[in-house]
Design a protein around this ligand. Sequence first.
Ligand code: RUB
Length: 310
Amino acid sequence: MPAKKKDGKKSGSSVQPGTSTTKDDDWKKVNRRVNDTARRIKNLDIQGAQEISVAGLRVLREVAGVKGFGTEFAMAAEKLAGARPTGISLYNFLKLIKEKKSLKSVDKVLKHIVKAQEWMSYNGSKLIKNNTVIMTHCHSSSVLNVFRRASDDHRVFKVVVSETRPKFQGMKTAKELVGMGIPIYYIVDSAGPFLVSSCDMVMVGADAVRADGVLNKIGTYPIALAAMEAGVPFYVAATKDKLDYDCISEIEDRPDREIGNPDELEVTGGEIENPAFDLTPWKLITGVITESGVLGQREIRMLLDGNFKI
Ligand code: RUB
């Protein structure tokens, strides 16, 4: 029990080495949350570039609240942004926050995410006509927001959802769409390129929008190739925070055990490759649906020459 000074306040000097102060306790709790969030991002409990950004920013706001924007903030930011290296949004947002170093700037970014999604959804929903069939791949909250908006606007359409091996994020998409009352067909990934010719449009999300194309979940590229062959428009729903201004995005290599048992293969001398994303080149992309409208390669290249702003 710390001794009391004459004025009744506890004396700081009486805290014994090893005794936790309230601030230490707060930090331990927040630090645990940083580690827990990074772990959940890594194992895909939290997935999709946007959900990763929001979860990361929320916990980093707590870090800043206890420790400010110094070393601890930088280390936590690196841990969270590095948990999934392909997604660019969190990196872009952190760059802005590190310049301003204020809780206000974190709140501004969190508000911006909501507004940008609203405008992007509005712009995307205008592309969806009644009685169309749209193919999507993986789980993108941006694509789901577009579908939600179109459905709220009483547009009637169906969505073909590919399962998205090896972690089956397509099932998450399918369940959310069914929950919104939007009819779906659930297919295996290998059926995607075959069935795309019977769709009116493809709409997928993005982890990074770059000068050479768009990075999204592995399996996006073959759908885009088949869409081009069949003359089906291929759209990417992605707010401008996905733009890779600093050319830092890389394709994440996921653990072998997500696909199979490496020990079983080892005896045969085989190895497992598990790239999580692929690159769809611009020649296969009809447009990127952003908060500022549907943009083509030229407009994206012009934006990439500048810096990310909100
Ligand atoms: C998710 C994925 C999503 C993008 C965009 O991959 O590829 O299409 O991240 O999502 P994973 P959002 O499941 O490996 O994270 O639109 O939500 O940012």
